[in-house]
Design a protein. Structure first.
Length: 317
């Protein structure tokens, strides 16, 4: 028994030594990194250094090196998160298309188009990770009232084309992705509603993966609409007063067939929910990133999931 106790004590000490070593090495790397950054900034003050540096930084070779390094890091991060508990439902507030356009000095509609292309990529990454539920906030009810007619027309064209493309996309059908669009859809133009009907009908029998698009959506409006349905059931005598509870409300939400999100990601630096899935995200983990939506990459997604995995989830505490 004494030998066993000593072995356990030695193992614990060894583990503590490893943790201390890694922490110590991490601090050393951070200090070295800051000093290198300081030295680089100081050197770039001199024209003889800054000129060649700009040429090198803009070269294809430099970008190839950076891209390859990013891919290696992303793959390592992917391997790490796949060993942990994956979220079942990821929700994304896709923010920053306009700011991306302004920063890039391109038209706003081009920024929205880049955002649409990014969504296709992110769906591929989610499918690759085997996460069965993805929901995205594409257009709020507030957006409909606040955005210019020109910008809304450009957005509606993107939704019309994107939803119809999705209806024919081999990846959607090969992976048996069911597509559902929720919100106050009567606020949308007729052609967009027709595109919604098209994609929902063509994917209705799928169940391996559910992709939910929130269009003309507001969390408060969803709760109000659910309460109205429950009130009608009570007024007609279908249910009793004591049968009105949280489950009854949940079952009357737009997204009643979808489990509550485990992880909510918001891009572009804003740290608020903006009327998104207010009922459903009561216990969701929130992750905010400064990256604009069109610039969101695999590593950003993996980092959000790793952040989720590193938290101890609490329900009601």
């Amino acid at each position: 028994m004494q030998i066993l106790f000593l072995n356990e004590e030695s193992s614990i000490q060894l583990l503590l030594d490893k943790v201390y070593f890694r922490s110590h090495m991490g601090r050393i790397r951070r200090v070295i990194g800051r000093r290198i950054d300081y030295l680089a900034k100081w050197l770039l003050k001199f024209r003889i250094i800054s000129g060649p540096a700009k040429v090198i930084a803009s070269s294809g070779l430099a970008w190839s090196f950076v891209s390859r390094t990013d891919r290696i890091r992303a793959n390592r991060l992917k391997d790490r998160i796949k060993q942990g508990t994956m979220p079942e439902h990821v929700s994304i507030i896709m923010d920053g298309n306009r700011r991306f356009a302004w920063d890039s000095k391109i038209e706003t509609k081009v920024g929205h188009k880049k955002g649409k292309e990014k969504l296709k990529q992110v769906m591929d990454w989610i499918l690759d990770l085997g996460i069965p539920y993805l929901s995205v906030y594409a257009l709020s009810t507030e957006n409909i009232y606040e955005r210019s007619e020109e910008e809304l027309d450009a957005l509606y064209d993107l939704y019309y084309n994107g939803l119809n493309e999705m209806a024919e996309d081999p990846k959607i059908h090969d992976n048996e992705v069911k597509v559902k669009v929720v919100g106050r859809l009567d606020m949308l133009p007729k052609n967009v509603r027709m595109a919604i009907n098209n994609v929902e009908k063509k994917t209705a029998n799928y169940s391996d993966f559910l992709f939910t698009v929130c269009l003309a959506y507001g969390g408060r409006e969803e709760i109000v609409d659910a309460v109205r349905k429950v009130s009608e059931e009570f007024a007609s005598g279908k249910i009793k007063l004591d049968e009105i509870n949280t489950d009854r409300i949940s079952n009357n939400l737009y997204s009643s067939e979808v489990p509550d999100p485990d992880l909510v990601i918001r891009t572009s630096g804003e740290e608020r929910i903006s009327n998104f899935l207010l009922w459903q995200i009561a216990y969701s983990e929130l992750h905010f990133t400064d990256v604009h939506w069109p610039s969101f990459n695999k590593k950003d997604l993996y980092q959000a999931i790793e952040s989720y995995q590193n938290r101890r989830r609490r329900y009601g505490g």
